[in-house]
Design a protein around this ligand. Sequence first.
Ligand code: NAD
Length: 305
Amino acid sequence: MGKRWPCKATAERLLNESKSRVTELKNKGIEPHLAVVLVGDNPASKVYVSNKVKTCESLGIRSTFHKLEATTSTDDLLRIVDELNHDASVHGILVQLPLPPQIDESRIISGIEPDKDVDGFHPVNVGRLSLGEPGLVPCTPMGVMALLADCGAELSGMHAVVVGRSNIVGKPMAQLLLKANCTVSIIHSRTKNPAELCRQADLVVAAVGRPGLVDASWIKEGALVVDVGINEITDDALAEKLIPADSKKMAAYRKNGRVLYGDVHYASALGRAEMVTPVPGGVGKLTIAQLMANCVLAAERLGSR
Ligand code: NAD
């Protein structure tokens, strides 16, 4: 029987480290400052943004929140991003994704000054990661690396399978694991026999957006399993299939009135893996903690210029 993975402890470590670095920056007269931009009224995005702003406050990072109408155009949003690029008091810019359909997301991401791009999505930061140069790296994969370090996982030579190849999670995750000397395979929607390939992995990182896709049949006995997926379950039949019929256990999957489930079939994976991260309360905590670390890093680099 596997164990739950202590994501909370790693998130707390990252937050404590950021807090000390904020104090050091303030002693030098630099107040780290994150500008958060939200376009429209996506309920999940509102929750994410509010958590980010609250976490900034708890660490002494200044945050300013820019709430824009759902009808905002690409050019209007680019103008705001450019103002923030030129505002010397701002060290980090975060435009909450997804953006409404009329907005060209890639133009917005490319419009952010790379050294203020705390999400690490700008093409310059993507290139820096792939070349192994210092930059800002996407928060979720960086948070997963911090977790693996805290667990003392000996990554060198491990076969790591990343399920999903998105620009924000799967690809940067694979790059970081490669940098840590893992042998990396990536499974995606066109991969043939994904369960068979995944069963060869010592480490599985699932970032697919398909609730419960990775079940025990995908997992080698004793593997480490990181579940990045956060999927809202609105279908009662699916909830019944995935979540044990026990009201206490059901409560663990509820967050802010929504039922959330990962990409890993938690109960069955626990029966084979050495450790599995829970959802909710797993990698999500690491992502926000790493975002704070990226803000502090951006302030340290920009403040010393
Ligand atoms: P995405 O939709 O951009 O990418 C999903 C990837 O999965 C694609 O590359 C696709 O090829 C692959 N895929 C789809 N179906 C597949 C299948 N049946 N078999 C194998 N691969 C398949 O998603 P994303 O932005 O990478 O997010 C993935 C999940 O992670 C979502 O549930 C999202 O909510 C969650 N997420 C969580 C955090 C966090 O902080 N924990 C951060 C970002 C994303």
